[in-house]
Ligand binder design. Structure first.
Ligand code: OXD
Ligand code: MN
Length: 588
């Protein structure tokens, strides 16, 4: 008798009418065959899906050019279809599930004609982890099939795990005709189902990532008492060899990947990479919070990545051990056949075509690489990958960092008074928007815990869930807010960032271990200037003062904006958060 999985695949095939159905095994040999199809037979607009790059600089690497209208997450076309609108909350687009399915069924009818339907069984998390989840994605484009092999653990073993059950997350994906009017990314949390059509962009199409590991998983976490978060996970080793694990939430394209594999500027320190984008956080038997990274690869922003900003990522991209590495929407040096992006080390090459394949030179005043150009590469190639990366239990978290991109107001670092105050602080965090999603760049929006685009249910309930998790933790991590992006009046950054951020992490670790005091302010504890390690760095005194200044008179607009944001959630907003808000306002 056919299994639930087989029946589902058959049903989808009847609807979408692919020429072929291909069950993937996740092998290297298979990936090479699929890439070959993208190199020779499959096209998007004017280009083959893959272009083979010079194998000298970045071995095993290929360039992919997206459809030009399809280069970022489409938040306005992303829906979370709970049975009622209130559960989705004001933070999500919503459609009744039956209506959403009717729409998607029409759009999907015959959408794979002339194409192959790839069936990808995969795990999010190490197969032996009690926290891992089995999933199956269907897709009709080689780029997505191969990217899933890099980003997740694809393999036939998953089918054995699923057996005859329906206990897996289903992801249906088709690029459709790429038309924006026929593009939707829809989630059905109660059915463990994601249905995405019309986009081949990573965040919309690699369904294990944002769609499952954040939107659906956050809903599972609410029901099962855990947290699915938009966080990196790192181990910071001090000169004595002690490793402290930290999780850090920051919005897309705000430096999470750089922080995740930072080369510390302070001697004797080392950062170990567990994850660069997503953390699943569970309460361990010891009452601590334990984190796993459900992913197996990096889908990071290429623009700005260099030996200066992230040497370990450049090394990862050059390793060429796991097949393949993909660059998406970078420029191309036509002399050397290498990818190129703004910020890469060295001179601007003289013969470049831009991310759309058009001749380019700096006098055009445009960017050669798309600002959201990306790489997709295996985490196993990263020289700083943590020995704990595959530990089924994950790592114990001692601190949570919550950040945003703020050119003013927000100090470099401050510590919340306690868990509840930390949830209030994280809930009110704002950040200036970036090119990772389709919207105006540089606009301030509230982005609680960097989860605004990814929380699969009402954020009022999400804050309540955070409070509940805190109550169940015998040893909750301390919560800190960070902001690397503060500038002076002329737009220059006040803090050098990158490897120098270790100085902030050192302060955080000393606070965790109760080694140092701090200055109490209405927003939390900020460092006493003497406690921030500044040896070997030259930061003008006035910059330092600005970086830690909490001039509460300047917070008026911020407070109003936070209040407006919280009010949207009406009765779902926990009283405790309003209490923290009130305390804060009164202190002001
Ligand atoms: C990502 C994002 O791709 O947050 O990780 O957009
Ligand atoms: Mn992300």
């Amino acid at each position: 008798m056919a299994t639930f999985l087989e029946k589902w695949v058959e049903e989808q095939a009847r609807l979408t009418k692919p020429d072929k159905i291909y069950w993937c095994d996740g092998s290297d040999e298979e990936a090479r065959k699929i890439v070959e199809i993208g190199l020779t037979r499959e096209r998007i607009e004017d280009y083959n899906v893959f272009h083979k790059l010079s194998q000298k600089t970045f071995p095993s690497s290929y360039l992919h050019r997206s459809h030009p209208t399809d280069v970022a997450r489409a938040e306005h076309l992303t829906y979370v279809c709970h049975s009622d609108k209130k559960t989705a909350g004001p933070n999500n687009n919503w459609m009744p599930p039956a209506q959403a399915k009717e729409k998607l069924t029409k759009l999907s009818d015959g959408c794979m004609r002339g194409r192959t339907m790839y069936v990808l069984p995969y795990m999010m998390g190490h197969p032996e982890s009690p926290y891992a989840k089995a999933c199956v994605q269907l897709t009709d484009v080689s780029y997505v099939a191969v990217s899933m092999r890099i980003m997740t653990r694809v393999g036939k073993g998953v089918i054995q795990k699923i057996k005859k059950t329906d206990n897996f997350v289903r992801g249906f994906h088709s690029v459709g005709d790429f038309h924006q009017d026929r593009r939707f990314i829809m989630h059905f949390p109660d059915e463990n189902l994601v249905w995405s059509i019309g986009s081949g962009y990573g965040g919309n199409a690699l369904l294990g990532k944002k769609c499952f590991s954040l939107r659906i998983a956050s809903w599972l976490g609410l029901k099962e008492n855990w947290l699915a978060e938009h966080m990196i996970i790192i181990g910071v080793e001090d000169p004595q060899g002690k490793i402290t694990y930290i999780a850090a939430a920051m919005p897309s394209a705000c430096g999470k990947t750089n922080l995740a594999m930072m080369e510390p500027a302070l001697p004797g320190y080392k950062v170990w990479t567990v994850g660069d984008d997503i953390a699943w956080l569970n309460i361990g038997p010891d009452g601590r919070l334990w984190a796993i990274n459900p992913e197996n690869g990096f889908f990071g922003v290429a623009s700005g990545t260099s030996m200066k900003t992230n040497p370990n990522m450049i090394r990862t991209l050059k390793a060429g051990k796991f097949y393949p590495t993909i660059f998406t929407n970078t420029a191309l040096n036509t002399d050397t056949n290498d990818p190129w992006w703004e910020g890469l080390d060295g001179e601007i090459p003289s013969n470049l075509v831009d991310w759309r394949g058009r001749e380019w030179n700096p006098s055009l005043g445009t960017k050669a690489a798309h600002p959201n150009s990306r790489f997709t590469v295996a985490i196993s190639q990263c020289p700083t990958v943590s020995p704990e990366f595959n530990n089924p239990d994950g790592v114990p978290i001692s601190a949570i960092l919550l950040g945003g991109r703020r050119t003013n107001l927000i100090p470099l670092v401050y510590e919340s008074f306690n868990w509840q105050h930390g949830v209030f602080t994280g809930g009110g965090i704002g950040s200036e928007t970036t090119a990772a999603a389709i919207h105006k760049v540089g606009v301030l929006r509230r982005d609680p815990m960097a989860m605004l685009p990814f929380c699969g249910y009402n954020m009022g309930d999400y804050f309540r869930h955070w409070l509940n998790i805190g109550k169940r933790l015998a040893h909750p991590p301390k919560i800190f807010a960070v902001n690397w992006f503060r500038t002076d009046g002329e737009g220059n950054f006040l803090w050098p960032g990158f490897g120098e951020n270790i100085r902030v992490l050192k302060w955080i670790i000393e606070r965790i271990n109760n080694k140092i005091g701090a200055k109490e302010t209405p927003i939390g504890f900020v460092p006493n200037p003497k406690d921030l390690e500044l040896d070997g760095i030259n930061i003008p005194q006035e910059n330092l003062e600005k970086l830690f200044e909490v001039n509460i008179e300047d917070w008026g607009e911020e407070i109003k904006d936070i209040q407006k944001f919280f009010e949207q959630f009406g009765k779902r907003m926990p009283e405790e958060i309003w209490k923290e808000f009130k305390n804060f306002k009164e202190l002001k």
